[in-house]
Design a protein around this ligand. Structure first.
Ligand code: HAM
Length: 429
């Protein structure tokens, strides 16, 4: 019997060789969110179960089949959050944030949990960065979010692989109601040809039929009514205004009248960014407007719009693009002999004092020079500073560059600091 314990299926460790990509993503995101005036909010991972039934929706796949819900020691039903919007709205109401300022631009990040069938880009614990804006009904807000996302792809140098932006509008409540009616009437004629899950969708949540993967349904959808046929003038004008703004911002988009979202709170504009590089799990970012949710959860009537990015999917794209992340730190200090090892430790501290931006690692293993050099290279050092007996005698340090042509030389500490200072400034540019 194999007794070794492994991580839960669909839940993954992020080991150090992967952490580089996560850190890069998080650094770019945090700087960008600040540039747009979005503030971070940190939310619990566990919420009471009814929160998701009342927001994501009772008859959605997420709530019906995918949540991790358990009864805690007090007998209360709790759910590991499957997404961040519901918790964010709960927190905004609970802390009266809209009283402090009726406009809130917030972001959050962290793990989400859905009991789905794991595959490439689909996990049971996955991570999102999400943004929620409260108190703004102007369509410029939708476009600001789309521009922010597009700038994020650029910041990660992924703009050519993140795919295309698809947009749609689910209309007002009344328009949606009339559309659902006509969709149900249309599919009723074919109900006996449909599989059980599609029949259920028609009964419980007819809009979900639009993103069915069943070939029979896809065929039938070709002649099905479209939501856009039910838009009234005001909805149409708003959608056209978004399109005009996208055009003037040079942001490419595709209108997809079949785009509906797997969560019930959306009310109007919805979008997804879809790449073809990840097979079936191509949606890297998704969101839309949800003007009724704050009120439905007990807060003041407040327009709201937001999105979430699936980080594992972005990491897959990043890894594909950056095969060799390059130097991971600036300096490795290699020492030969006990005395040099002691001096190496002190030298590392001097460098950390003098050049606070510098990343310095001391090789404290005491092995042969060749093996220390191999390790420094493998770990991703840019410079190797070597201390041996002769260096200690001459009060010099031998400098070798592991990443670019550079003639190895033995120089004084002062010169080493000057060289590393230049290196830091070059990297900051
Ligand atoms: P969502 O479409 O359910 O929306 O998820 C957003 C993104 O999370 C997806 O586009 C995908 O990249 C990623 N994702 C979802 N499920 C998984 C999974 N099992 N494994 C890996 N990645 C996954 C929401 O969650 C909404 N809260 C977005 C939102 C915020 N709308 C308004 N505000």
């Amino acid at each position: 019997m194999n007794l070794s314990i492994q991580a839960v299926r669909g839940m993954h460790d992020i080991i150090p060789s992967e952490a580089y990509y996560w850190q890069r993503l998080e650094t770019v995101w945090q700087a960008l969110a600040a540039r747009y005036g979005y503030q971070e909010i940190r939310l619990p991972i566990v919420e009471i179960a009814p929160l998701f039934q009342r927001s994501v929706g009772e008859y959605t796949d997420i709530v019906e089949k995918e949540t991790y819900t358990f009864v805690d020691r007090n007998g209360e039903a709790l759910t590991l959050r499957p997404e961040g919007t519901a918790g964010c709205v709960r927190a905004v109401i609970e802390h009266h944030l809209l009283k402090q300022d009726p406009i809130q631009r917030l972001w959050y990040g962290g793990p989400m949990f859905r009991h789905e069938r794991p595959q490439k880009g689909r996990h049971r614990q996955f991570h999102q960065i999400g943004v929620e804006v409260f108190g703004l009904s102007a369509v410029e807000c939708e476009v600001e979010l789309l521009l922010l996302i597009s700038r994020f792809w650029k910041g990660l140098e992924l703009e050519d692989v993140c795919g295309r932006l698809e947009i749609n509008c689910l209309g007002s409540e009344e328009e949606r109601f009339r559309y659902k009616e006509s969709l149900v009437n249309y599919f009723k004629k074919y109900i006996s040809h449909l599989d059980e899950s599609s029949q259920n969708r028609i009964k419980k949540n007819p809009l979900r039929i639009l993103d069915s993967k069943e070939p029979k349904v896809i065929e039938l959808l070709k002649n099905a009514p479209l939501i856009s046929d039910y838009w009234k003038i005001e909805t149409r004008q708003k959608f056209e205004r978004i399109i005009a703004l996208l055009k003037s911002s040079n942001l490419a988009y595709t209108f997809n009248p079949y785009l509906v979202r797997g969560l019930d709170y959306y009310t109007d504009f919805v979008f997804e960014w879809v790449t073809h590089r990840l097979g079936a799990q191509g949606a890297v970012c998704a969101g839309g407007r949800y003007d009724h949710l704050v009120k439905a959860l007990g807060g003041p009537a407040t327009p709201a719009v937001g999105f979430a990015i699936g980080l594992e999917r972005i990491i897959l794209l990043l890894k594909d693009k950056i095969k060799n992340p390059g130097a991971k730190f600036d300096v490795a200090i290699l020492s030969l002999g006990e005395k040099a090892q002691e001096q190496g430790l002190l030298l590392a501290e001097i460098l950390r004092d003098q050049l606070p931006g510098l990343h310095v690692v001391s090789m404290l293993g005491g092995s042969a020079l060749k093996s220390q050099l191999r390790k420094a290279d493998k770990w991703g050092a840019y410079w190797a500073l070597i201390l041996g007996e002769s260096e200690l005698e001459k009060k010099e340090i031998t400098v070798k560059c592991l990443r670019e042509p550079f003639e190895q030389q033995s120089i004084s500490l002062k010169e080493v600091i000057k060289l590393l200072d230049q290196h830091l400034h070059k990297n900051l540019k």
